[in-house]
Design a protein around this ligand. Structure first.
Ligand SMILES: [Zn+2]
Length: 344
């Protein structure tokens, strides 16, 4: 049932209304940030058609048909042969197309075209999810267009993407678009406490670091993050209070050494959240708005002595640095330069 999913209440209202009037579109585009639950909503919609024990037009979530339709054994993402086909769940009417490397294979879309033509085997309709639909290249898009133009009345295709603008307009215009919003921080917090049994203080921090994405919240390893934040907090202390260039350069060294190299981008992002927090506190004093809530006292103290103009400059500089990491820059030189500016 949709009530088991977190956030996006407007999407729930929209889908329930369509279920109640039996007018669920045959081609739907689920668009919204990564990790807000688009796939889960799509599977929930499918359950409403395969469930053997429906309540208020929705799937019960517990009958064998519901359970099977939510269970996929996905192939490895480099298994080209397997990804040339629709991957079915344990239910014969619910399947998914997944990209092979950077693209969705045209063979997979042709397979979907064939499958979408068949009548349902056991449910009331067939559901096909196309995950990361923005990875459809031109050849696959042309194959898909045919299916979207003349859909079988008992087949539904749900395109899922966090980059709707990358889809061809011809594809977009044939789908009913449903937009997903980031999930509210409080709802993620409640979910982490209620469903994931996280201690309240952990959930509070974790939810704020998720930026509206439940998927992201679940991928964060808090203990490791706290450990790394220690080092980055020292950067702020050295730059704002101690004016300690030697210590800053040592930290720059540490962030670039072999052990931390892979976390470099993440570390920059954590540093950015902390600078923004100090900046927010210096401007508004509003502790509810900060992300690193467990460091509130220390960040508040730093906010008391920091110049907001300098903080704003660092934020710009780190954002620029993050952009230039996409092209091949020397990270060591760039980090040293950033930290030296921060000490100036
Ligand atoms: Zn059911």
């Amino acid at each position: 049932m949709f009530s088991s999913l977190i956030g996006n209440d407007l999407v729930k209202v929209f889908l329930r209304r369509h279920l109640a009037t039996s007018r669920v579109p045959n081609a739907i585009l689920f668009a919204g940030t990564e990790g807000v639950g688009k796939r889960l909503f799509a599977l929930e919609l499918a359950k409403a058609f395969v469930c053997r024990n429906k309540t208020n037009d929705e799937g019960c979530g517990t009958c064998p048909a519901c359970t099977r339709s939510g269970h996929f054994e996905l192939p490895r993402d480099d298994d080209r042969e397997a990804l040339k086909k629709v991957i079915f769940s344990n239910h014969a009417d619910v399947g998914m197309v997944i990209a092979y490397n950077r693209f969705i294979l045209v063979e997979a879309i042709r397979d979907l075209e064939k499958e979408a033509y068949f009548r349902p085997y056991e449910g009331n309709a067939r559901f096909f999810l196309i995950d990361e639909a923005d990875k459809i290249n031109d050849a696959a898009a042309n194959a898909l267009l045919k299916t979207l133009e003349e859909p079988a009345s008992t087949s539904h295709i749900i395109l899922i993407t966090s980059r709707p603008d990358s889809l061809l307009p011809t594809i977009r215009s044939r789908c009913q678009t449903v937009r997903f919003a980031p999930v509210e921080t409080e709802k993620i917090e409640q979910f982490l406490i209620g469903e994931r049994k996280q201690p309240a203080a952990d959930a509070k921090l974790n939810a704020r670091l998720a930026f509206g994405s439940v998927g992201r919240a679940l991928s964060i390893e808090l203990e490791k993050l706290r450990e790394r934040r220690e080092t980055l907090l020292r950067v702020l202390q050295d730059a704002i209070e101690n004016n300690d260039r030697v210590s800053l350069l040592q930290t720059a060294e540490k962030l670039n050494d072999a052990k931390n190299k892979d976390n470099f981008e993440d570390n920059l992002e954590i540093l950015l959240t902390m600078i923004r927090d100090v900046w927010t506190l210096a401007l508004s004093g509003d502790y509810e708005k900060i992300i690193n809530i467990d460091l509130a006292t220390e960040l508040g103290r730093l906010a008391g002595v920091a110049e907001t103009r300098r903080l704003a400059g660092w934020i710009d500089e780190i954002e620029l640095l993050r952009e230039s990491l996409a092209v091949n820059i020397n990270r060591k030189v760039a980090t040293d330069a950033l930290f030296m500016h921060m000490a100036a």
